[in-house]
Write a protein that binds this ligand. Structure first.
Ligand code: PRP
Ligand code: URA
Length: 209
């Protein structure tokens, strides 16, 4: 059963309020999505294990902690996941980045895959799949299936906003994948948009439409 975490940190919630606001323009929207992704990366990596090392400070030896050689991979779902990538890499600069390209057919709402490129050592990495929106769940479900098919076993999903329908579908398809959110919204509308959501994440990030 997937565990669902909603990050209630005041900075995340404050910035999300501006991301949702339809008055927020493309430049500010893009900056805010990146900042929230960085803050969420800070929270999602809380369980990384540390190992002790010794360093020389200018004053003398100090026992210090470093992350214990965990190999991480970040996989944005194109397009909108790209908006979160740099924020996460600011916090986890050693992570490698894979890409899964999917778009939702506007008629059927089913995802259509058009691109997949992952790091070579997929089996050795823990992955964070990122997409601002988890609506019907179709895109995240297919993206995760695609990286599992290529050997990934340890996967987390990080989104800004989810609908309960998407979380339920994700849990049914991939009960081993935990979900990390900035907000759980009310529902989907008839076009598969999250209500109240933030609109079309890709269009708002890239200024299309
Ligand atoms: C959006 C969003 C997700 C997907 C969520 O992408 O970024 O990938 O919809 O919807 P779902 O949970 O119902 O699958 P979209 O298909 O609009 O493509 P884009 O990122 O290229 O704009
Ligand atoms: N994709 C988006 O960008 N927004 C939604 O609300 C649903 C799917």
């Amino acid at each position: 059963m997937s565990k669902v975490f909603v990050f209630d940190h005041p900075l995340i919630q404050h910035k999300l309020s501006y991301i949702r606001d339809k008055q927020t323009g493309t430049k500010e929207f893009r900056e805010l999505v990146e900042e929230v992704a960085a803050l969420m990366a800070f929270e999602i990596t809380r369980d990384l294990s540390l190992e002790e090392t010794t360093v020389e400070t200018p004053v003398g030896p100090a026992v210090a902690n470093r992350i214990a050689g965990k190999k991480l991979g970040v996989v944005p779902i194109l397009r909108a996941g790209l908006g979160m990538t740099d924020g996460i890499l600011r916090m986890i600069p050693a992570a490698k980045v894979g890409h899964v390209g999917l778009y939702r057919d506007p008629e059927t709402l089913k995802p259509v895959e058009y691109y997949v490129k992952l790091p070579n050592d997929v089996e050795e990495r823990d992955f964070i799949v990122i997409d601002p929106m988890l609506a019907t769940g179709g895109s995240a479900i297919d993206a995760i299936a695609s990286i599992k098919k290529r050997g990934a076993t340890n996967i987390k999903l990080m989104c800004l906003v989810a609908a309960p329908e998407g979380v339920k579908a994700l849990n049914e398809a991939h009960p081993d994948v935990d979900v990390y959110l900035a907000a759980m919204d009310e529902k989907l509308d008839d076009h598969g948009y999250i209500v109240p959501g933030l609109g079309d994440a890709g269009d708002r990030l890239f200024g299309t439409k």
